[in-house]
Design a protein around this ligand. Structure first.
Ligand SMILES: C[S@@+](CC[C@H](N)C(=O)[O-])C[C@H]1O[C@@H](n2cnc3c(N)ncnc32)[C@H](O)[C@@H]1O
Length: 237
């Protein structure tokens, strides 16, 4: 699947500009294919419901790489969370705002999040397949950016496809567009989470549903410590 890039011009494969190039071009096609897909994924719906229950009503949550459907943001909002969908692709955000008119969607890069972006620290972050468009080498930095955007005790839910690919490929959805495509192992996800200061609470996988691309799905749930030792020391008299 991975091959040498056929492009001689344009952004560096896997860069932020490359995510914009490839997702602006295929956002409409993706929306057509996946607008209602979450309804056929009971396992994922149950996990989102559990994530929302643990955080509690009104918790502020970021859906990173929300895509054009905005369906994960919508599912979390239906459970009473205060959700912001974030995506690098302006076309994805335009479409998400159209199909989920009551929700908040912003253009932005999950790799450069921090405590001051989008109104400050979040209680939770969900990444539903937002890691595949960037090189594997950016995994540690992305988890670190997520940690920086969360409050102490903040929770993280990551969904990704399992595998070893890392490079340029033809769009698996058949749009004809060249895309960047990276896959992960459970150990890679857990290692990046722990290096960024998260405690991994659950690492699981499931076989693909019949309607999905035939690759194993990985689920990581993690949380930040409620307070660092340094915070406690600073408060001591
Ligand atoms: C496979 S789609 C998943 C969309 C959505 N989460 C869903 O479940 O339908 C990946 C999305 O992640 C976005 N994305 C990739 N890298 C990103 C980054 N660094 N920052 C923000 N969004 C990113 C892409 O633009 C795309 O919309």
């Amino acid at each position: 699947m991975i091959r040498a890039s056929e492009r001689t011009t344009g952004p560096e494969p896997g860069s932020a500009a490359d995510v914009v190039r490839s997702w602006d071009a295929r956002a409409d096609h993706y929306l057509e294919l996946f607008r209602d897909e979450l309804e056929g994924k009971p396992h994922d719906l149950a996990l989102l419901a559990d994530f929302a229950r643990r955080l509690g009503q009104g918790a502020r949550v970021l859906d990173v790489g929300c895509g054009p459907c905005g369906h994960v943001a919508a599912a979390l909002a239906a459970h009473g969370l205060d959700v912001t969908g974030l995506d690098l692709s302006p076309r994805c955000i335009e479409l998400a705002r159209l199909v989920q008119p009551g929700l908040r969607f912003e253009i932005g890069d999950q790799r450069t999040l921090g405590p001051d972006r989008l109104g400050g620290s979040f209680d939770g972050i969900v990444s539903n397949y937002s890691l595949h468009d960037q090189p594997k080498s950016l995994l540690p930095g992305t988890f670190a950016a997520w940690a920086a955007a969360l409050r102490p005790g903040g929770r993280l839910l990551v969904v990704a496809k399992e595998g070893t690919d890392d490079g340029v490929a033809a769009d698996p959805l058949g749009s004809g567009i060249e895309v960047y495509w990276a896959e992960f192992t459970a150990a890679e996800l857990a290692g990046a989470a722990e290096a960024a200061g998260f405690a991994v609470e659950r690492l699981a996988d499931r076989a693909p549903y019949e309607q999905e691309i035939a690759s194993q799905r990985l689920y990581l749930e993690a949380s930040l410590p409620r307070e660092s030792g340094l915070d406690a020391e600073r408060r001591a008299p």
